[in-house]
Design a binder for this molecule. Sequence first.
Ligand SMILES: C[S@@+](CC[C@H](N)C(=O)[O-])C[C@H]1O[C@@H](n2cnc3c(N)ncnc32)[C@H](O)[C@@H]1O
Length: 281
Amino acid sequence: MIYNKDKVFIPPFKMQGIKSKIVPLIKASVLMDDDTTWIEPFMGSAAVGLNVAGKNAVFADINPHIIDFYNRLKSGAVTPNVVREFLSEQGTLLAEKGGEHYYFVRERFNNEHNPLDFLFLNRSCFNGMIRFNKNNGYNVPYGHKPGRFAKAYITKIVNQVKHFEEKIRHNNWTFLCQPFEKTIASADGNVFIYCDPPYIGRHVDYYDSWNEEQEVRLKTCLLESKARFLLSTWDSNRYRSNPYISLLWNEYNKITQEHFYFVGAKEHNRNSMTEALLTNF
Ligand SMILES: C[S@@+](CC[C@H](N)C(=O)[O-])C[C@H]1O[C@@H](n2cnc3c(N)ncnc32)[C@H](O)[C@@H]1O
């Protein structure tokens, strides 16, 4: 298959905070050669590494479910065909039963943790959100789109899975469920670390909460690693600036890009946010 090198590939999972829109800026800002190992301690959906990592990469996160999906893709236990069949079957049931089926799968997922159920929920829940309560239970409500899994939509997801699978097959990519401290401590040699931690105080999710103590610890870990790094954070919005940039990250280089995110169809509901990339090189 021939790919346009400027195309941004989208992973099969949606999530809040996904960085697909600033992938071109990140790609233009990294400092890597062909032998550099890409280290991504907060991989989320892995949208960034999918587009930027080379042949060696370590992806990690404390949320086990996307990691489990990618590891099964790597081992061959999940394939694009398995995904197509699963989503067709579950999509038919969703079209027939609507919310009743969504909540049935949500309960099944919370008991059995099948990553295919997680993909189905992620693509049929409210706004493609990933949110867990303190008992690790996935608790996002139904997105109220019973006809969601039309053939074209399933094909779109299957193609995303196929592309990810090809990347895994042709490269030496590892997926680990572990906290950022461990991932950064193991980064050694010719590595490049890309960090995209949750934004402080923005989320109330079990896996996605973040506070000042963690931000300080992240800085300490990055300094100890002595590796080149790029950190994604928010710079400012209409109302305020991120105080931690001047408090903690002042000595680093800052690249910014404004991006619009949509909270509604009407123009006055569109908020712009300036994203910041901080680098130590
Ligand atoms: C903003 S999201 C990353 C989004 C990702 N860049 C993308 O494009 O999909 C932050 C991620 O950090 C993970 N996370 C939160 N606390 C963590 C920790 N202590 N160690 C490792 N990962 C953590 C969350 O589970 C979440 O997936």
